[in-house]
Design a protein around this ligand. Structure first.
Ligand code: NI
Length: 141
């Protein structure tokens, strides 16, 4: 029976970037921003050591034994995600976040969308983003 069953397995790659951000809603008063976002609204920005786990689910290619070449996945994450975000001020340096609040949720979706465009559509993709060791978000489309 297993011979005919679709066998899917998930492989994951960890990555890392440092970035600064500020949580601020332009439509709110300074008082309301301060009340809702607290320290994260600090006007001169603050930084995080973001940790990223990119998971790719698919069938094993019998010729390689791989789901996806991890070297290729590493390159895609480096070129498409780290190069755009590492050592950047997300609010000021990344056009997407000039009108989108760079919360962990929105950063995670942004990364997912970039990777989705760069990874074969036969794979299921999931992105987990740690903003702190204890706070993380996950998006799978
Ligand atoms: Ni923050």
């Amino acid at each position: 029976l297993t011979k005919f069953k679709k066998m899917e397995i998930t492989v994951s790659r960890k990555a890392h970037f440092n970035a600064a951000h500020r949580l601020h809603n332009k439509n709110w008063s300074d008082e309301k921003n301060q009340k809702i976002f607290g320290k994260c609204n600090y006007q001169n920005y603050h930084g995080h050591n973001y940790e990223l786990i990119v998971s790719v689910t698919g069938e094993i290619n019998p010729e390689t034994g791989y789901v996806i070449d991890m070297g290729e996945l590493k390159k895609i994450i480096k070129n498409e995600v780290e190069e755009r975000l590492d050592h950047k001020n997300l609010n000021l340096d990344v056009p997407h976040f000039s009108n989108t609040i760079p919360s962990a949720e929105n950063i995670c979706i942004y990364i997912y969308d970039i990777l989705k465009d760069n990874i074969d559509s036969q794979f299921k993709l999931s992105v987990r983003l740690y903003e702190t060791p204890r706070n993380f978000v996950e998006y799978s489309g």
